[in-house]
Design a protein around this ligand. Structure first.
Ligand code: ATP
Ligand code: MG
Length: 273
C-alpha cells in the first residue's frame, strides 16, 4: 500500500472552498485516527491562516519558497496544529513569485515531487493534502504531478460547472508527466437545497460525471466562514456532532475513504493494521 496517499485539491475557479474543504476534510480524517499533512501552495496563505495563523518570513529561516527553489526536502517546515494528527506546511507571501522562479528550472513541473521525495518524515502520514491557488499555473501543475489523486470542489452554480471542462483539459495536458494521477472526484460545495440552480447543477453533473461526483455535498454554512478567524476547524468551532459542517465533512471523509479503499485495494485494512 502506498503511504502516504497524496491528494491535490484543485480548481482554477476562485472561492469554491478549496481551502475550507482541505482544512476540514484533513481534520475529519485526523479525527478518524489518520495522520494527515496539509500543504499550503497558495501565496494567499488561507490554509496557513486557517490552521495556525499567518506566518511571516524571517531572514535566514528557510521557507517553502526556498525549498522549491533549492529543490530540498520539506521536513523542517512541518508544523503541528491544534488538531491531533493534523500537521501543516505553511506558506509565506513571497511564494507569489514561485511560478516565475520555476519557469526556468529543469523539469519544472516535477520540482514539488522531488521535494516530497526528499522529505523523510512523509511516510509518517496516511494522507497529504495540497491546497492550491485558483489558477492553472506551474505551481498547480507541480502539485498535480506530485499527487496520486486530485479532488475538485465545485460551487453548485452554473458558471463554475461550465469551468470544469477547462480544468479537465489542463489536467489531460500533464498526463505524460503524471500517468499515475487519478481523479478522486468532484464535490459540490455551497449547496443550498432551497435553490433551484443548486439542484439543477447537481442533476446535470450527476448525469455527466456519474459516480465521479461525490454523494456528499458541502452545504452553505455561516459557521464555516467564522471558524478560520479563530484558527479552528469546523469540528472545533461547531463542537457538536449535529453541526452542519461537522456532518458534511464527516460524511465526505467517510465517502472518500470508501473510494480510496476501492481504488487502493483494501486501503483501510492495511492502514488500520
Ligand atoms: N460552507 C460554507 N458556506 C458558506 N461560505 C463558506 C463555507 N465554507 C467556506 N465559506 C467561505 O467561502 C469563502 C471561500 O472559501 P475558500 O477560501 O475555502 O475558497 P477557495 O476555493 O480556497 O478560494 P480561493 O480560490 O481564493 O483559494 C471563504 O470566505 C469562506 O469562509
Ligand atoms: Mg483557497
Amino acid at each position: 500500500m502506498r503511504k502516504p496517499i497524496i491528494i491535490s485539491v484543485v480548481n482554477h475557479k476562485g472561492g469554491c472552498l478549496k481551502t475550507t474543504l482541505t482544512v476540514n476534510l484533513a481534520a475529519a480524517l485526523a479525527r478518524e485516527g489518520k495522520k494527515v499533512l496539509a500543504i499550503d501552495l497558495d501565496a494567499q496563505q488561507n490554509l496557513t491562516a486557517s490552521l495556525i495563523g499567518p506566518v511571516a518570513s524571517v531572514d535566514g529561516v528557510p521557507t517553502l519558497f526556498d525549498a522549491l527553489v533549492d529543490e530540498t526536502g520539506l521536513d523542517h517546515l512541518i508544523t503541528e496544529t491544534t488538531t491531533k494528527g493534523l500537521d501543516v506546511i505553511p506558506v509565506t507571501e513571497e511564494f507569489a513569485g514561485a511560478d516565475l522562479s520555476l519557469v526556468s528550472a529543469v523539469g519544472r513541473e516535477s520540482i514539488m515531487k522531488g521535494c516530497l521525495k526528499q522529505t523523510t518524515r512523509l511516510d509518517e502520514y496516511d494522507f497529504v493534502f495540497i491546497d492550491n491557488p485558483p489558477s492553472i499555473s506551474l505551481v498547480v501543475m507541480n502539485s498535480l504531478v506530485a499527487s496520486d489523486y486530485f479532488l475538485v470542489p465545485c460551487s453548485a452554480d452554473y458558471l463554475p460547472m461550465v469551468g470544469l471542462s477547462l480544468l479537465g483539459d489542463s489536467i489531460a495536458k500533464i498526463r505524460r508527466l503524471a500517468p499515475h494521477l487519478q481523479s478522486l472526484g468532484v464535490v459540490l460545495t455551497l449547496y443550498s437545497r432551497n435553490e433551484r440552480i443548486c439542484r439543477q447543477v447537481e442533476n446535470m453533473l450527476r448525469t455527466k460525471l456519474n459516480e465521479n461526483l461525490f454523494e456528499s455535498k458541502i452545504r452553505v454554512n455561516t459557521k464555516a466562514k467564522s471558524a478560520p478567524s479563530v484558527k479552528k476547524t469546523i469540528f472545533d468551532y461547531e463542537k457538536s456532532e449535529k453541526g452542519r459542517g461537522t456532518e458534511d465533512y464527516t460524511a465526505l471523509a467517510e465517502e472518500a475513504l470508501v473510494r480510496l479503499d476501492e481504488r487502493e485495494g483494501g486501503f483501510r485494512k492495511v492502514a488500520n493494521g
